[in-house]
Structure formats: C-alpha cells, structure tokens
Design a protein around this ligand. Sequence first.
Ligand SMILES: *[C@@H]1O[C@H](CO)[C@@H](O)[C@H](O)[C@H]1NC(C)=O
Length: 278
Amino acid sequence: MTIVFLVTLDRHLHTPMYFFLGNLSMMDMSCSTVALHKPLITFISRDRSVLFRSCFAQMYSFLAITCDELLILTAMSYDRYVAICNPLRYIEVMSSKVCSLLACLSWILGFMNIIPCLLEISGFTCYTSLEVNHFFCDIMPIMKLTCNDTTSLEQYIFLEGVLFATLTPFILTFISYIFIIRTILRIRSSSGKRKAFYTCSSHLTVVTLLYGTLSYQYFRPISSVSLESNKLYSLFNTAAVPILNPLIYSLKNKDVIAAMKRRCRCFKTRAVEAKIKK
Ligand SMILES: *[C@@H]1O[C@H](CO)[C@@H](O)[C@H](O)[C@H]1NC(C)=O
C-alpha cells in the first residue's frame, strides 16, 4: 500500500518503472488478500466451512492474479531492456500510452487465460471428499479431490498455465536479460557497469524469486505433489513474496526512500500548520 501510495502521489516516481511497480504491488496486495482472508477469518471465528462458489471465486482470482504478476514482470523486463539497451529512445518508446497498454494487457490477459481451466473444473460432478487439504482453494488440492477424469484439465493447465502464462513470459524475460547483459558487458567503465546493473537488480531478484517458487510448486507431475509441503510453499508464495517484492524494490532504492522522506516531511509540515491554525 505504501508503494502504491508513493507511486501515485510522488511526481518523481512517475516513471515507467515505478508505474509497473505500483501495479505489481497492487497485484501482490490482491494476491495475499485473496489467499489469506479465509485463514484469518478461521483464526477468529473458527468457521472452517467455505461455500462452493466462494471456493471457485478464490481459485479463479488467485490463479488469474498470479498470471497477471508474471505478465507485468515481463512488461517490466521490457522496460529495463529499453532503458539499458536503447536509452536515447526510452522516453519515446515507453510513453505513458504504451505503459498503460502493457499494464492493462497484463491484467486482462491474466483473467482471460484462466477461464477455460475454470470451466473445466466447474464441470466436475464427483468428489471423493469435500474437505480441502489446504488453507485456501488452490487448483492442486481441488484436483486431488475429484474423481472425474482430469486429463483434459491437465492439458489445459499445461497449455495455459505452463506454456502461455509461464514459459512465454519466462522466455521473453530471459531474452531481455540476454540483451541487457550483453549491453552491460560492453560498457567500458566499471562504474557505468555497476550503475546499469543496479537499475535492473531489483527486477532480477523479484523475477528469480517468483519463478523459483512457482516452478517448485506447480511444475511437477500432480501425482508427486505432496499437499503438506505444498502448503508451506503456498504460504511462502502468498504471504512472504508479496511482502518481499516491495521491500526489494524500496529498501535498496534511493528514489523510493527519498519519496518516502518527502511524504513524511510533507505530513509533518501539514500537522504543524494544522496546529498553528488551531
Ligand atoms: C496500474 O495500471 C493502471 C492501468 O494502466 C493505471 O491506471 C494505474 O495507475 C496503475 N497503478 C499504479 C499504482 O501505478
């Protein structure tokens, strides 16, 4: 929330990189909210039941937002590619129109991409048990419960989840980074090298973190997935990663820290002014 707030209010952060970071933070926020609201409610009310349709809504939103995140990270890698490999045309290429288009596309494609999978699951009529062995309705635990044939669902997951939503973004990000590294290696001065690397190090960290946890969690044959260890990874993915992303971007980042200080000062002055008026 702090990042979204700063990116929206601070004029110095009105650049493509922070525009995308703002969107990534919104996705992170939605992702944790979608996945973790039920465990929190259970914690207070001890009511562990969940409506079938809520379970579906949760599964849909969670998968769609995860997909959104991978797409926005790809847009961010394109932004870094233009910034480092084509700096003279950066402002022209990453115009606000292009940025908005990329951000909107990321949101929309993510939500559209999941629809066929969900239609398939909604056709399931037979469940061996109605007890979901997880702290939210994720696709794997639900798949383990059904006694309907999951072959076509697994094919959809492979096509949309693996090929379209993960492998394509991954390859695009990877290609951007090959170009970026090539350009960085060509820079003569070591301070120039460090500076160029510095501007994409945060993005690289976030990308590695997300792809690392996702590939461990989802890219194994369903029979070998142990739901117990899956829970731990899900918790990491839904609670830790969304907190780490903005931290990685802001702690090391002089611009964000400067913006934070400016905001604090601004609030202090306003508080003092309010006191004086009183
Ligand atoms: C995220 O993207 C949308 C759509 O392009 C844009 O209107 C919005 O301002 C962005 N959010 C942030 C926090 O930058």
